[in-house]
Write a protein that binds this ligand. Sequence first.
Ligand code: AHR
Length: 521
Amino acid sequence: MPLTDAAAEVVLDEAFRVGPVPRRLFGSFVEHMGRCVYGGIHEPGHGTADEDGFRRDVLELAGELGASVVRYPGGNFVSGYRWEDGVGPRGDRPVRLDRAWKAVETNQVGTDEFLRWVRRLGAEPMLAVNLGTRGMQEACELLEYCNHPGGTAWSDLRIRNGAREPHDVRLWCLGNEMDGPWQMGHKTAAEYGRVAAEAARGMRRLDPRIELVACGSSHSRMPTFGAWEAEVLEHTYDLVDYVSLHAYYQEHDGDAASFLASAVDMDHMIDAVVATADAVGARRRSRKKIKLSFDEWNVWYQSRFGGEDSLEFADTRALIEDDYSALDAVVVGNLLLALLRHSDRVAIACQAQLVNVIAPIRTEPGGPAWRQSIFDPFALTARHARGDVLQAAVTSPMLPTGRYGDVAQLDATATLAPAPDPSLDPAVPDPAGAALSVFLVNRSPDAPLRTSVRLPRGRWVPVGHLGIAAGEPRVNSAADPDAVRVRYQELPAMRDGVVQVELPAASWSLLRFAEPADRER
Ligand code: AHR
C-alpha cells in the first residue's frame, strides 16, 4: 500500500544492509595520455608547481574530489611502457614514442614521482604492469623496485633514486584491456590467462601482501564478454583477488532517456561478471569469492574521438577533453549509485580519468584549474556515503528507453553511518550521532517526480539537500568555472519519518539527515 500520494516511494530500513561502503570505490585514474599527466597534474613552470613540478592547485582539487585510490600509468599506455625509462635522474631518461596514443613520451614523470604525488594526495596507488609487450619478469622487477626493502639491484636502485623506504604498493593490475585488438600485445583469453597467472605467481612470491586484478572485458559489448572472464579466471582464480570491468557511457543521437538509464547497464554488467566469476568458483568447488574492480568508468563521448588511427605522433596535446553538462553530472551521480548498491562485490572503482582527459578537473597551461560539472556528484558521494550501504526498496513508475527497454524512473541508494565525521561534515548538529545519506535520481528527461522516502526508525533531522538537474546544456570553463554546480535546495518536508520531495526532471539529489547521539532503538 502506498505511504503517501507520491508517484514514487523509497523505503529504508537499517536491517537491510548491503555492507560497508568500500573507501576504494572513490578511486580515480591518471594515465600518460593527452594532458592528464603533462599539463594536468604536472606542469613545472606553473605558478603553483611544487619541487617535483606538480601543480598544487590540481592536487588540492583532487583532494576535494576525495579520490581514495589512483590507478597509474595506464590504460592502453601501459601495454607498451618500459617502467625503467621513468626512474632515475630526469636528464638521463629516454624520450620514446608511445604507440598507444601516438605521443612523444619524455618520461619526466615516472613511478617515483607518481608515488610521491599520490601519497601527498593522501590516496592509495594502484599500479598496472605491462603484460602486452612485456611479461612476468618485468612485472616482478617493478614490484621488487617498489616494495623490496633493499640489498638487491632493483631495490637499491630505488634507494639511490631517493626512496629509502619501500613504496609498499598493495594494488596491482595485471595489464590493461588485453581482450581489445587495439591493445599493444592483445591476447586471446587463453594466452592472457596463462601470462597473468605466471605474473601473479611470481609477484606473490616476491610480496604475498599484494592484491591482484586480472583484466576482464574492455566493455560489455565485446564479442567475448563473459567467455573472456570465465576463461581468464579458470587460469587465475586462486591467484588473483579481483577481475576488472570498464564501461563508458554517452548520449547517442539525442536519446537522453537511454543515456539517463546508463546505470541500468552498469548494474547488468556487474551482475553478469559476478555470476560468471561465481560459476567458475562453483566449478572449482572454491569457497573463495572474486571481487570486482570497476577500474575505468565515466561518461565519455567516444563518438567525437576519431580513434588512435586518426592521430599523428605529436608532443603533449589535448586528447578527449570532453566538456561536461549537468545531464552528464546526473548520469555520473547515478553510476555511483550502481557502484554503491553492489558494494558487497565491487570493492574498487576508478573514474577515468582525473585531469583534462574525460575528467572532473580541467586545467589551462599557466592558468587556472577548475571543476567540471561531474566533479560535485563524485565529491559529495565520496564525502557523504559513509558507514553501511542500505538496500533501498523502490516503487517507481517505469520509463520506456530505446536501449534498455522499460526502466524504473526513480533510482535510490542510501548509506547509514553510526557517527558522522565532523571534519568531513561540519553541518551535522551532533557529531556523536548517526548520519544518513539518501541518494536519489529521477531518470525522466522531462517529467518531475514527487517522491516519498520512509527513513529508517529513529529521530532524524534533515541537515542538507543538494541537487543538480539537467537544463541548459552549459559547461564550466576557465572564464565561468561555477556555471554548472550542485546547489543547496530547500530542506525536505518531513512527517512521521516520511520525507516528501519533488525531484526535477533529469536530476540527482542527496538528502542528508542526522540523529542525536542518544539514538532511540
Ligand atoms: O581512459 C581512456 C582509455 O580507455 C584507456 O587508456 C583504456 O584502458 C580505455 O579503453
